[in-house]
Design a protein around this ligand. Sequence first.
Ligand code: C2E
Ligand code: MG
Ligand code: MG
Ligand code: MG
Length: 271
Amino acid sequence: ASKSRADDQPETAGVPVSAPGAPPARLVEDLDAALDQQQFWLVYQPIVDLASEQRLGVEALIRWMHPARGLLNPADFIGPAEVSGQILPIGEWALRSACDATARLAPDTYTSVNISGRQLGLRGLAAMVADALDASGLPAERLVLEVTETAIVADLDNAVARLGELKELGVRIALDDFGTGYSPLTHVRSLPVDILKIDRTFVRNVEHSEEDRAIVRGVIEIANRLDLRTVAEGIETPDQLEALRELGCESGQGYLWTWPVALDEALHAAR
Ligand code: C2E
Ligand code: MG
Ligand code: MG
Ligand code: MG
């Protein structure tokens, strides 16, 4: 490998950059190979009812075992795959795999799958999701698709159309990382969503910070008014759990129960 390193591409040592802003050619090649050679897999994190701590669902999260670099997290490759467009086949693989695995192994649970903004741009998205449900036998009511507000706002009219088609299939839509976007929280009123996922940044200090509690309280109030479900992300401690219960948050996920693990482990994880 070459020893040059572009200053603006800190994660791409030794790799020639093909165009400004484009992922390095080497990573693009590696992502193609990863799909061909089945180097991706999914881990799952339970989503629990905060009152009873019973499992309601699982979120599927992608991992990549790179042959040279070892285990890579989404932060290492999802962004570049969005730029290159490779998130389209990767995202389809993740959706189909999650539907297949959970239809077979997790009949009492819903399955939540992250969808990239690039996928939302596909006119055929709903048809692909319908086919994944058909092929796996997973009932639409047991699938949740997670999209970020940023992805929706990037092309609002298109996103609202695509999400509407998905909802017609009977799947539910969760707004991921809610509260981290720049649009006002009440903006959610005009979006076809069912679930608000309260971002981890508001959970981290929820038991100490009156400001963070005010934000969480606001999100829960909006959710209640619009008849949406709430899920808090990144619950790590019993004190955070208690604070979120007191604020009226319905459900959550986090290391308090388990980090993302193999599906069978996620289904048996309990505190
Ligand atoms: P996300 O959808 O918001 O997923 C939650 C992230 O928080 C996951 O990181 C999870 O491992 C982490 N997490 C869960 N509980 C805790 C906790 O208690 N403490 C801390 N510190 N972290 C916790 P992960 O797996 O690294 O995924 C990062 C992001 O990558 C996801 O954020 C999602 O936006 C994206 N992603 C993951 N899988 C896929 C996929 O299949 N397709 C697409 N398009 N994006 C994906
Ligand atoms: Mg998510
Ligand atoms: Mg999230
Ligand atoms: Mg998040």
